[in-house]
Design a protein. Structure first.
Length: 265
């Protein structure tokens, strides 16, 4: 009994020491980053009242005098998100079956695809948009292609993981009936991972609408482009109206998406 108590105490002290070392490590990293960036928290606190004054007395209240001018870019933003999500869903679904270990007919191809898609997925969306505006020029086309690249690579990964998470008994039960591999996928795999498919597709539609709203900051069209113009021209009241419109669109899409998700899953 005494031995067990002693071991328990030693384990407790070891865990406490480990926690303290982790906290110290995090604090040291934080301080190093502050030092390297020459970030001064005192200057931040001094500038805070100026920021509050700007926000409430220059940026707000919003001006809706030019609201009719913003309708086309608002619609462009929604259209871009829908188009990119639709195309990415098809591409991501096809790639997911090639990536998943349980369905891929070519393991080497699966490995290469994972590497390429991981690279595409880890390049920030704004960088994709900035690069594509050089190729396709300023406009919504660059934004749509950037969204397709990012969304396809992300969706292919999560859907392939959803396929691999399906229990082996599903594959074995359908295969036991004499079904071919295509039939196993059709009657066993697809019905099992459809809830994940619906959930991720709706989630990425929300993300794409949010992303397409800010891609205009790098010249990729949509509502973000109008926001950038308003800020560049110091039309802060118009900019605050655009930010408010963005917020309303996001909340509406999130509400509708949650309702659809709850009815499908």
């Amino acid at each position: 009994m005494f031995y067990r108590k002693k071991v328990s105490q030693l384990t407790y002290h070891a865990n406490k020491t480990k926690q303290r070392l982790i906290i110290i490590f995090i604090v040291v990293i934080f301080l190093i980053c502050m030092y390297m960036l020459e970030f001064n928290p005192i200057q931040f606190l001094i500038a805070l009242p100026e920021f509050i004054y700007f926000l409430f007395f220059k940026f707000f209240p919003p001006s809706f005098n030019e609201i009719t001018k913003y309708i086309p870019p608002i619609l462009d933003t929604i259209y871009a998100a829908v188009i990119s999500t639709f195309i990415s869903t098809i591409l991501g679904l096809l790639l997911a079956f090639l990536l998943a270990k349980k369905t891929s007919p070519f393991p080497l191809v699966s490995l290469l695809l994972r590497s390429f898609l991981s690279l595409f997925r880890n390049i920030p969306l704004l960088i994709w948009a900035a690069i594509l505006t050089i190729v396709f020029g300023i406009g919504i086309t660059a934004g749509i292609i950037a969204l397709i690249i990012f969304t396809t690579s992300f969706l292919a990964r999560v859907l392939s993981e959803a396929i691999d998470d399906i229990g082996n008994e599903v594959f074995e039960a359908v295969a036991f009936t004499g079904a071919t591999k295509i039939q196993v996928i059709k009657h066993g795999v697809i019905p099992s991972f459809m809830p994940s498919f619906y959930s991720w597709t709706l989630f990425l539609l929300e993300i794409n609408i949010k992303a397409s709203s800010i891609l205009g900051l790098v010249g990729a069209g949509g509502l973000g482009y109008e926001l950038k113009k308003s800020l560049d021209l110091f039309q802060y009241n118009n900019a605050s109206a655009l930010v408010l419109i963005m917020g309303i669109i996001m909340l509406t899409i999130e509400f509708v998406s949650n309702r659809i998700r709850s009815s499908l899953i």
